[in-house]
Write a protein that binds this ligand. Structure first.
Ligand SMILES: *Cc1c(COP(=O)(O)O)cnc(C)c1O
Length: 405
């Protein structure tokens, strides 16, 4: 019986067999349509290419969608994080608690300001920052907590808000994975003191490069705008319309502006956000169904309190079910034409952090789970047939690399 099965196994593409897909399927991809293109062309033909009315409109529409009073745009999500940390008052020696598993930009932003990232471990089932681990990492120098809505699932904001309030800390939400996600039916963007977003092409909506910070605090919004524009309290268009020639620089700022062209694309994409979220969910549900019968892979758990934004579909390989390590499965998937990916290596394992004294094993759950992670393709241009290819590829690979095979 076992022999018969062995003979019917398909030869993996990595071993020279025929791949499941000729055209590789990317793990993430933008969806651009004619209305997006028309909006960008219109912006190109207008009087303002930057700092004009479309930037302002994108900000106000985005704020409305996120249920926040203010939204301030940035040239990318990393600049948005830098600004959020700056207006939160992070300075030299201030500790900022961040999850071990997130994109490097989250913790780098604290370092830009002389702050010290302190890594908290994650919950194994969701890979979201574990509030109990946050409590363990509090010191008299702690100034802020960054909640990262990993994969598009909001963190446990009830617990994180309570910890922040009790200890007089600022809660920053890095919702760069989570445009359109909700916690207890409340949009991320109106939960933390400051929330950052990214419009990189793999995120839910894109401006090519782009970012946003939302807040309900007028003073923080004012400081975010200053930080984006050289530390000046007004922008060129405001001064132009008022007939002013001079300006005053109040703080050290940057040029982190988003252009009119990008904002036009963002506004157009924002109109389709709900549709994009539906398309992403459809793929995630198809994966969920397929993997419910396949114990060798364990999808991340989803809380009943959230509306997930499905940025990533992350699986964990059940180590007991495989003869090979994660990297081998990842390589085999790539060979089959499946653009699987990896999000993320615990940040303190990177050489830059190691050289700054971080140990390579600060968060044992993150260290252990990282070795099992794979991100499967998930984006709004995918079809159910694409999702089936991904599942078929995993089954094909399991037939050869599974512990039972
Ligand atoms: C994408 C992302 C960022 C940075 O956004 P960019 O727009 O690429 O600069 C920050 N944090 C997380 C968690 C992200 O996924």
């Amino acid at each position: 019986m076992r022999k018969a099965q062995a003979r019917t196994k398909a030869v993996l593409a990595i071993d020279g067999g025929k791949p499941i897909r000729k055209q590789p399927l990317p793990y993430g991809r933008q969806q651009i349509d004619q209305t997006d293109i028309a909006a960008v062309v219109k912006a190109l033909k207008s009087d303002w290419l930057t700092s004009g009315p479309t930037v302002a409109k994108f900000e106000s529409e985005f704020a409305k969608k996120m249920g926040a009073a203010f939204a301030v745009s940035f040239c990318n999500g990393t600049a948005a994080l830098h600004a959020a940390m700056a207006v939160a008052g992070i300075g030299p020696g201030d500790e900022v608690i961040v999850p071990a598993i997130t994109f490097i930009a989250t913790s780098n932003a604290a370092i830009y300001l002389g702050g010290v990232p302190v890594f908290a471990d994650v919950q194994p089932s969701t890979l979201l920052i574990d509030p109990n681990e946050v409590i363990k990492k509090l010191t008299p120098r702690t100034r802020a907590i960054v909640a990262v809505d990993y994969a598009g699932q909001p963190c446990d904001y009830d617990s994180l808000n309570a910890i922040a309030e009790k200890n007089n800390l600022i809660l920053i939400s890095d919702a760069c994975h989570a445009v359109g996600a909700k916690f207890r039916k409340k949009s991320v963007g109106s939960i933390a003191t400051l929330t950052t977003f990214s419009f990189h092409p793999v995120k839910q909506i894109t401006t090519g490069e782009g970012g946003m910070v939302t807040t309900n605090h007028p003073e923080l919004a004012r400081r975010l705008r200053m930080f984006r524009g050289h530390g000046i309290g007004s922008d060129f268009r405001e001064r132009f319309t008022k007939g002013q020639f001079t300006y005053e620089m109040e703080t050290l700022g940057f040029n982190y502006r988003l252009t009119e062209i990008q904002s036009a694309l963002g506004l157009s994409q924002l109109k389709r956000l709900a549709h994009f979220l539906k398309l992403r969910k459809r793929i995630a549900v198809a994966y969920d169904r397929a993997f419910s019968k396949f114990p060798a892979v364990i999808p991340l758990a989803t809380s009943t309190k959230v509306d997930h934004a499905h940025h990533l579909y992350v699986i964990k390989l059940n180590p007991a079910a495989w003869k090979v390590k994660r990297d081998q499965v990842l390589a085999a998937l790539r060979a089959e034409g499946i653009g699987a990916n990896l999000h993320y290596q615990p940040i303190y394992q990177h050489p830059f952090y190691r050289e700054r004294g971080y140990a390579p094993n600060i968060c044992p759950i993150a260290d252990r789970e990282f070795l099992t992670l794979i991100s499967l393709p998930l984006h709004q241009s995918m079809t159910l047939k694409d999702a089936k290819d991904v599942v078929d590829a995993l089954l094909k690979i399991y037939a050869v690399y599974g512990a039972e095979s």
